[in-house]
Design a binder for this molecule. Structure first.
Ligand SMILES: [Zn+2]
Length: 54
């Protein structure tokens, strides 16, 4: 079975459904997005800890 878990691109932590995340994306890419979850996997995702630590 293919995992549907999203992971942080920085620390590889699995994102829980209660976690808040940041997706690094160019605004223009948001046009025409129909399946946000599968789309998000192709982009850089940061958990809150990594997003706070610059
Ligand atoms: Zn992280």
């Amino acid at each position: 079975m293919f995992s549907s878990k999203i992971k942080c691109s920085h620390c590889n932590k699995e994102i829980e459904s209660t976690d808040k995340i940041a997706i690094i994306v160019e605004a223009g890419e948001l046009n025409g997005i129909t399946n946000l979850k599968s789309w998000a996997k192709n982009h850089k995702i940061l958990c809150l800890q990594c997003n706070d630590t610059k």
